[in-house]
Design a protein around this ligand. Structure first.
Ligand code: HEM
Length: 233
């Protein structure tokens, strides 16, 4: 190639001239163009279907237990929570490892959380309440664990609807503020799980997920407070 064969003295200014263009391209793609991202995204995309595939497999092999509706409701609820935790773990992971490319998985993971929440809600709406809107509204008003679960789901709908890139551009700074409601969703999801299991005197899992959520949200709070202190100085 021409530049490789040229003396360093002639090649350097050209390299320097190309550098700002390369930097601005990098700025547009802040995570760089690491080659592993596309195959890794495909793996994550396929792996995220595992919870649904498991339900379908158990369904066709008659292994959903004595109460299949309860099995599906609980399984989809738990996987919604898992995807919420994984989505919330992306930023701490990026900051702690310095691998900026992790952020490119966040939207897909968040959308899977929404997908499983939709299945969870649909199971309740269809097989538990048989589309009886009056009974659902009564349930939302009467049972606190349903009230907070529903609030989390409504917020998730808002985030899913505003997740396309076009919406990010359209909403500007407001998009970032809106998407901070993911923290509220995390807290409401734990409350939903906690209240539901408290009635059954079985708080082992809610305590584990609660501790994970406190760690994920607490880490953010500490980083935010540190940055505020630095800015104030
Ligand atoms: C972000 C939203 C939500 C999350 C993360 C979530 C999560 C969960 C979890 C983790 C469980 C317990 C699973 C287990 O027992 O292992 C659960 C159960 C349940 N959730 Fe949700 N949920 C959400 C929204 C909703 C909504 C909107 C409704 C209905 C309006 C709902 C209704 C239920 C019901 C009926 C149960 C099962 C109760 C039982 O089996 O006794 N959830 N949910």
């Amino acid at each position: 190639m021409a530049s490789d064969t040229q003396p360093a003295t002639q090649a350097e200014p050209r390299k320097a001239a190309r550098a700002p263009a390369a930097a601005s391209a990098q700025a547009r793609r802040p995570t760089g163009g690491a080659r592993w991202i596309v195959p890794a995204k495909i793996v994550v995309f396929i792996a995220a279907w595992y919870p649904l595939a498991r339900i379908v497999l158990f369904g066709v092999t008659d292994r959903l237990g004595a109460n299949p509706i309860e099995f599906i409701t609980r399984s989809t609820g738990l996987w919604t929570l898992v995807f919420l935790c994984v989505t919330l773990a992306v930023t701490p992971l990026r900051r702690l490892t310095g691998v900026a490319a992790f952020v490119r998985f966040r939207r897909m993971l968040g959308l899977y959380a929404f997908f499983y929440a939709t299945l969870h809600f649909t199971t309740y709406l269809w097989f538990d309440k048989w589309f009886d809107v009056a009974a659902i509204l009564k349930d939302i008003g009467k049972r606190p664990f349903i009230t907070v679960g529903f609030a989390a789901f409504v917020l998730l709908i808002v985030l899913a609807v505003t997740s396309p890139r076009a919406m990010v551009r359209k909403l500007g700074r407001r998009w970032q503020m809106l998407h901070r409601s993911i923290y509220a969703i995390g807290a409401l999801a734990i409350l939903h799980f906690w209240w539901m299991k408290a009635g059954k005197h079985d708080l082992v899992l809610p305590k584990i997920y609660g501790a994970i959520m406190v760690a994920l949200l607490g880490w953010r709070l500490i980083v935010w407070m540190r940055e505020r202190r630095v800015t104030a100085r």
